[in-house]
Structure formats: C-alpha cells, structure tokens
Design a protein around this ligand. Sequence first.
Ligand SMILES: O=C(OCc1ccccc1)c1cn[nH]c1
Length: 248
Amino acid sequence: PAMRLDVVSIFPDYLAPLELSLIGKAREDGLLDVRVHDLRDFTHDRHRTVDDTPYGGGAGMVMKPQPWSEALDHVLALDNPSGARPHLVVPGPGGQPFTQALARQLALEPWLAFACGRYEGIDERVYDHAREDLGLEVSVVSLGDYVLNGGEVAVLAMVEAIGRLVPGVIGNAESLVEESHEDGLLEYPIYTKPSSWNGREVPPVLLSGNHGAIAAWRHEQRLARTAARRPDLLHASHAGPHGDLEIS
Ligand SMILES: O=C(OCc1ccccc1)c1cn[nH]c1
C-alpha cells in the first residue's frame, strides 16, 4: 500500500515541487499518496483569518487553533476506512533534529501528516488537542538552528529525504547504501571520466583495480573529511585499531 503524506499549509502552491521528478514519479507509481490542503479552506470569516495577536503580548502573530482543528479533522476523515492514525510532524526551529536516522524511522510509517506553521507558530493547544483528543503522535522537528518564515520549505526537504527511502521510490537500491550519514561518516570524494581534466588527475588508486586499496582509501577519506568538517560526528567507534582518532 502507498505511504500516505498529507500537508496542511496556507501556501499550498509552495508544495507544488512534490509533483515533480522523483516524488512525482513515486506518486504515479502509487508508492506515495501525497495530498496538500489549504488551511484557509477551514476558516469561515470573510478574510479567511488564520492568525491573531499573541496573549501575553510580544511581537508577531500566532496561528489560531480552530482552523487547524478543522483541517486535522478533514485529513483524518479523508477516505480512511481502516481508522488508521497519522503521525503529525510539525517543522519548527525548536524541534528535535531531523536526521537521516529520523528520516529512516518516518519512512517506515504508513501515514504522515505535516503541519506548516507560519508567523510565530501555532497555538499550543493544537498540539495538546492532536495528542489528547485525536490520539495522534505529534513530533516537532527542526532542520537546523535557523529560522525560516514557515514550515513549507522544511516539509519539502523532509518529504524528499523520507520519500526516497520508501522501497521502490529510488531505482537501484545500492545507491541508497553508500551515502553520507548512513554510518555516521561523511562521503568520500567522487570522480568520473576523463581521468585527466584541466591538468588534474583522478587519484591513481581509483584506477588501480585494487579493490582493497580503493576501499581503504575511501574510508581514510571519509574519516579525514568528517574530522575536518564535522568533528561532532566522530566518536570512539570510528577510532582505528590503535584507538586513535588522529587522521594521518
Ligand atoms: O523555521 C522553521 O520552521 C518553520 C516555522 C515554524 C513555526 C514558526 C516559525 C517558522 C524551521 C527551522 N528549522 N527547522 C524548521
């Protein structure tokens, strides 16, 4: 059965790229069932109001709870015979880090619903309502320590990272194996033809046909790159036989 992905946003057109290329094809192949909903369809006033000023004062605006409650009810009611429940994922700067590990976990779920916040965010009671009244698992997830204007860009990134892990979405499975962050190290440098270009040569080991030496060189490169760019990713399990993390 297709993995179901619902997205609620006041800018549904922002999610149009999900109709393209890989994710678009996976939708055609029935692997992903992606539906985008306009939050303003769940307002009833002339101005289709979705936000208001924050209680307690402060800058900016807060998204009103009622439209979100009606949008979630609509998502849950849509052709949902099994009564299954979606995992509600809300992008936000204050969330748990979105990592390849979390992407892998989410790719195993049958149904994800994404709530795209705008302004300063969503009234907290929507999270409580979703958890306590709708019985949903709710996760606030951050792409990184920076602030976007809204959740849409984050959802595009997450849907791409998750969608490509769904079996059948990516053609050759092996391309999924050797990837950054899969085993905690960054990827090694890659090369293709011509072997000499612009006076620059491809490292000879890669042309040697000596697969042991090639694998060793690639591992060394991954360690060196990770030490240089992401020392935070390095830990004891990556130490060499002498327990050293020093890169030669
Ligand atoms: O800004 C983000 O989400 C959009 C958002 C949601 C709620 C209020 C303001 C902005 C974000 C940053 N890292 N990961 C997500």
